[in-house]
Design a protein around this ligand. Structure first.
Ligand code: ZN
Length: 487
């Protein structure tokens, strides 16, 4: 039987504030367990939360970037449940009056715009450790690390509008870019600062009602989100085909086996006994604040790659690759600007800068396991590309020079001299190589002399080979043609 898969995503994002959302403890990953705690985030009786203004600003900045409507008033609510990592016995969240509503995120590959239902602010819970810090086995017990209690979170909830695992994966990738561009989160899935739950249901094509949904948790990479949805689609289809009904429940994804298993029956909102948080006033956001934050937004990825394609004449897919990481796009633009400063502007220069950034620079970084901040500076890459443009260096030799200057402060011109890699324009050297090639290839020389111009390419190629790529190809061609003409 054919089914249509319906997916909604709930993404939790840790904001990048200096301190937690309701106290002054540092918001930092990787500290000693229980080092970043106080009476407020440990939920001692009698303490009161104080809202972190910067957390609200970051959440609003993200909401504006996602095209959300921002109500002038939102309300914090207590979500009550018991778990060992939640010392207060409730989480301060938002419920029926969230911070932002009705946003959208366009997916270019899928060609769809994903409606975002809501976005709200809340505090994170602590974390249970099932092995000892450093990796020892804990027998029959777990430890609690409260450092994460009170870390500011936003939860971004889509409508059940996604229709495939690929769309879900692309949504997360684009959202990840927005988080990085707006500098609102480091969005590191491995460290848990970006966490995703997927609601998956099936229905017959054309059916108006949604099928029973299953929530899948523990998705710790973009790829695993897609794998979990694929598996869950298959599992639910088998259940429906057998004539049974899908149970509403929460399931956990196991990355090793690629399957999901029952975690617990799905809670309904009323299970949490939400009520307005009595210790915090409603959050009022005036239009001036929203206007100011909108004005401070950086150029977003989709605007930036559209501009790259238009301004620099780049192919759209190359422009999008450059803009996937804000820092890489910045690097590329710095190389372009260096070229413009030396009068080398124009489409060819930008194209070259883009190619070198995406291939040679990223290849070197990947090999070294480093980020773009460790790349050779844009000034020196521009100097290197300038030498290629002026035919002082072949493409192949330039790659060697790049490897040689990486991690040192040597200028490309100095490295070229030191390594003897410069393009040879010296007439005597060129004539020697040409003479050798002509002597070794009497047949082709005869053909060329008889007017078969296409043989010239072959002979120039032989000179390039003999010179190990160092002969200036343009000069070589000119001199080779006139040598043959003289014979
Ligand atoms: Zn605290």
């Amino acid at each position: 039987m054919e089914y249509e898969v319906v997916i909604g995503l709930e993404v939790h994002v840790q904001l990048r504030t200096a301190s937690k959302i309701f106290c002054r403890c540092a918001n930092r990953f990787g500290a000693e367990p229980n080092a970043l705690v106080c009476a407020v985030c440990l939920g001692y009786p009698g303490t009161l939360p104080t809202l972190n203004r910067e957390a609200v600003d970051q959440a609003l900045r993200l909401a504006v970037a996602l095209g959300c409507e921002i109500p002038s008033r939102s309300v914090f609510a207590r979500k009550n449940y018991f778990y060992a990592d939640l010392p207060k016995g409730y989480q301060i969240s938002q419920f029926d009056q969230p911070l932002a509503l009705r946003g959208r995120l366009a997916l270019h590959d899928a060609g769809v715009e994903v409606p975002i239902a809501r976005m709200h602010l809340e505090e994170d819970a602590g974390k249970l450790l099932h092995e000892a810090p450093g990796g020892g086995v804990l027998r029959g017990s777990s430890l609690v690390d409260h450092n994460r209690c009170g870390v500011p979170l936003v939860e971004i909830v889509t409508d059940p509008a996604l229709r495939s695992a690929a769309q879900a994966q692309e949504y997360l990738q684009v959202l990840h870019q927005v988080l990085r561009y707006t500098d609102t989160s480091d969005a590191n899935m491995e460290e848990g600062s970006l966490r995703c739950d997927a609601n998956v249901s099936l229905r017959r094509p054309g059916a108006a009602r949604l099928g029973t949904k299953v929530e899948v948790k523990n998705l710790n990479s973009f790829r695993n989100v897609a794998r979990a949805i694929e598996h869950e689609t298959h599992r639910q289809a088998l259940v429906l085909d057998s004539g049974a009904e899908v149970q509403q429940e929460t399931r956990s994804f196991d990355a090793a086996s690629g399957t999901t298993r029952t975690l617990r029956g799905k809670e309904e909102a009323h299970d949490y006994r939400y009520f307005p948080e009595p210790d915090l006033p409603p959050l009022l956001v005036d239009e001036d604040r929203v206007r100011r934050l909108r004005g401070e937004l950086p150029e977003l990825p989709w605007t930036r790659w559209t501009r790259f394609a238009e301004q620099y004449g780049l192919r759209e897919d190359l422009a999008r690759q450059l803009c996937a990481q804000r820092e890489v796009a910045d690097y590329f633009e710095a190389v372009v600007a260096e070229g413009a400063a030396t009068g080398a502007a124009g489409g060819a220069w930008a194209q070259n800068a883009a190619n070198w950034t995406m291939t040679e620079v990223l290849k070197e970084l990947n090999a070294r396991g480093e980020g773009i901040e460790s790349a050779v500076e844009p000034t020196r890459l521009a100097a290197l590309l300038g030498m290629v443009a002026r035919a002082e260096l072949s493409q192949a030799a330039a790659k060697e020079v790049l490897a040689a200057i990486w991690g040192s402060e040597e200028e490309p011109s100095a490295a070229t001299r030191r390594l003897g890699l410069g393009q040879v324009q010296d007439a005597d050297r060129l004539e020697e190589w040409i003479a050798e090639v002509l002597a070794a290839n009497p047949g082709p020389v005869e053909q060329l002399a008889a007017g078969e111009q296409k043989v010239a390419g072959f002979l120039v190629g032989q000179v390039m080979k003999l010179s190990q790529g160092r002969a200036d190809p343009k000069l070589t061609r000119e001199r080779l043609l006139s040598s043959v003409a003289r014979t």
